[in-house]
Ligand binder design. Structure first.
Ligand code: TYD
Ligand code: MG
Length: 452
């Protein structure tokens, strides 16, 4: 019998070592190196029957991409198409990551069921019956969708050869194993090997492959970072499991921009595409409540109006609490310091809680002004008129700074029926005629004058 060959892999970055060591020299993590059995006899993974070789795809530079996009496969899911940059590129390898239970399997099964192409959905996690049950919740009928429950790549390729699907979906890469590697499924060497085999298949037959990948506690795709380097597109499916909204983002996309964003709503019958997110992210209340402000943010290139809620109350304990959901807590502290120093509000002895509604997280700095407005409104217990919205960044000296694509935000606010939008005086606005009043402000004190 051949000698068992082993190697050592860093579980964090995937670097291979010939002997064990305490610290990974590449990513500097301690105790991440684990021995795995590897055996590479004569490699014969995916053998392409010449008949199925259609065309070979190669990664394109963004600006070399043919914008006519006629070669992309249309997934019939507008949000998914948009995030991918206009559809699924033949031969591309797409990795979809996300927390357990967020809806990755649901999303891809739904896409598999609606795709007008012959689709093979390979699952290593659920039985065919379970998938059928899930499918019945989503969409009962599909003639093009084949379900295979198999984890061995060699067997999967055998089935692919027989079926010749136009698209392959694998749920999940961590459950696959290849005969050529002896370590268990989910180990670094298995993930690497199975991905390599699938990439080879994808590139040689121009068949797109979509992989589901689990993520670790800290939000990275489980397995080596190299997995992300190997695939063409990395999508992240995120959201708060207790909320209905799910956001699909591209972290990496060789065939399009990473700015685009897809929004879904989880319903009893699968995921629904949300075409006008602003409308549902803003609660339609009749009464005006203090502490609420609407921010005109931009997610990717899409304007998105979201509601910010603040609660300022006298601290019961010695140290005031500051807590933020969906917003950077450090940035909240900074804005509080600016309010204290530049506008003279004594917030040092107050608890401040901030919440972005809808369970989404915003990094766009243009939300600053709405945060400040909501804090002021709660502190003074004065409601902000519900047809006001805000779009500006706040600087350390209390200046209101301009934000990008302000016209687009103004138009979106106008469309949704807002009467006034507060933006920085330094924004160059080239709007011709609009029904919304654009209030230009330059300092945080100006804002105070308007709302309290
Ligand atoms: P799932 O796709 O299994 O998550 P993942 O593959 O990312 O682990 O999603 C499971 C969750 O979605 C589960 O908590 C139930 C919910 N769900 C719905 O709310 N409606 C539906 O129609 C389906 C199929 C799932
Ligand atoms: Mg799943």
């Amino acid at each position: 019998m051949a000698k068992v060959k082993t190697a050592f892999f860093c579980q964090n970055c995937g670097t291979q070592y010939s002997k064990w060591q305490g610290q990974c020299t590449s990513c500097k993590q301690w105790n991440t190196i684990v021995e795995e059995v590897v055996q590479t006899p004569e490699k014969s993974d995916w053998k392409s029957p010449t008949s199925t070789v259609k065309q070979v795809s190669k990664p394109l530079k963004i600006n070399e991409i043919d914008s006519s996009q006629d070669i992309r496969l249309n997934s019939l899911d507008e949000e998914f198409n948009r995030v991918l940059g206009g559809g699924i590129v033949p031969g591309s390898m797409i990795l979809l990551g996300g927390e357990p239970g967020i809806g990755k399997s649901t999303l891809l099964l739904q896409i598999a069921l609606t795709l007008p192409y012959k689709t093979l959905y390979v699952s290593g996690e659920e039985s065919q019956k379970q998938i059928k049950m899930r499918a019945e919740r989503i969409q009962p009928n599909s003639d093009n969708c084949y379900i295979l429950t198999e984890t061995k790549t060699q067997n999967i390729f055998k089935q692919i050869e027989a079926l010749e699907p136009d698209i392959v979906i694998v749920d999940s890469i961590q459950t696959l194993h290849s005969d050529y590697i002896e370590s268990s499924s989910g180990s670094i060497s298995q993930i690497k090997e199975c991905t390599t085999e699938l990439i080879k298949f994808a590139k040689e037959t121009a068949t797109p492959v979509i992989l589901i990948g689990h993520i670790t506690k800290d939000g990275n795709i489980a397995g080596p970072k190299i997995l992300e380097h190997m695939v063409d597109t990395v999508l992240q499916f995120e959201g708060d499991r207790n909320h209905v909204f799910r956001i699909l983002r591209a972290h990496k996309n060789r065939f399009g921009s990473t700015n685009e964003l897809g929004i879904y709503e989880m319903q009893g019958s699968g995921l629904r595409e949300v075409n006008n997110p602003s409308e549902i992210l803003i609660s339609k209340k009749d009464e005006e409540l203090s502490g609420n402000a609407i921010a005109a943010t931009l997610e990717g290139v899409r304007p998105l109006l979201i509601e910010v809620q603040a609660l300022v109350s006298t601290a019961v304990y010695g140290t005031p609490q500051r807590s933020a959901t969906g917003f950077n807590a450090k940035r909240l502290n900074m804005l509080l310091a600016v309010l204290e120093k530049r506008a003279g509000f004594r917030l040092g002895a107050k608890d401040v809680f901030l919440n972005i509604t809808g369970g989404i997280t915003v990094d766009d700095p243009s939300i600053d002004l709405a945060v400040v407005a909501s804090i002021l409104s709660s502190n003074e217990d004065v409601a902000i008129p519900k047809d006001f919205c805000f779009a500006a960044e706040v600087g350390l000296s209390g200046e209101i700074r301009p934000v990008q694509r302000v016209e687009q935000r103004i138009l979106e606010a106008e469309k949704l029926g807002f009467s006034t939008i507060f933006v920085s005086k330094y924004n160059k606005i080239a709007l011709k005629k609009s029904n919304i009043k654009v209030q230009l402000i330059s300092k945080i004190e100006d804002l105070v004058g308007f709302i309290v």
